[in-house]
Write a protein that binds this ligand. Sequence first.
Ligand code: CA
Length: 229
Amino acid sequence: MPRILIVEDEDSILMALEDDLSLEGYAVTGETDGARGLERAQKGGYDLIILDVMLPGMDGFEICKQLRGAGDTTPILMLTAKSQEVDKVLGLELGADDYVTKPFSPREVLARVKALLRRGKPANPPLERVSFGDVEVDFKGYEVRKAGVQVELTAKEFTLLRLLVSHPGEVLRRDTILNEVWGDDWDVFPRTVDTHVANLRRKLEDDPADPKYIVNVRGVGYKFVADGP
Ligand code: CA
């Protein structure tokens, strides 16, 4: 269960966020004081930190700066007030990953939280090896073998494979895959994902026409099934 630390001094906002995120299955810790928030964050163990800007004790920018200065890479979502346009930019320059402007809807925060947690996953810890069926993948050495025989993958196929196997059993939407693998390259289309999946299946599945590991979820996207059939 992902753990989230929220540092916010407005009780109503803190309670609403705690409720919404707990309902989504996150383990939430709330803190209303900036200095105590930093202490908690420094103890570590959180998958995401939500930071208000204006806080008693220490402001959100300072907390962010200190965490990043100490090499802490935990995703940080800043909560900013509407008039703080400059603050937003500053927050991101200090190493925050994203921000939402008050007043925000719970759905908006939830969407950002999910995106940040997803983005954070492959970074810590990096996936080094995975095997399924007779396929062995060495992500560090960029090597793939099927039944002991080396398989050549393109860089994009490799990145796509890494993304899929990093989320076993989880359906990844085509647009999510596009964002993660192709980033801001707008020359690509959802069909590109299908083409690359087809290539991976041809190279890795026993029967590419009846795939066991990289499964199509009709109308949504793809999922990796670690144990196969
Ligand atoms: Ca505040």
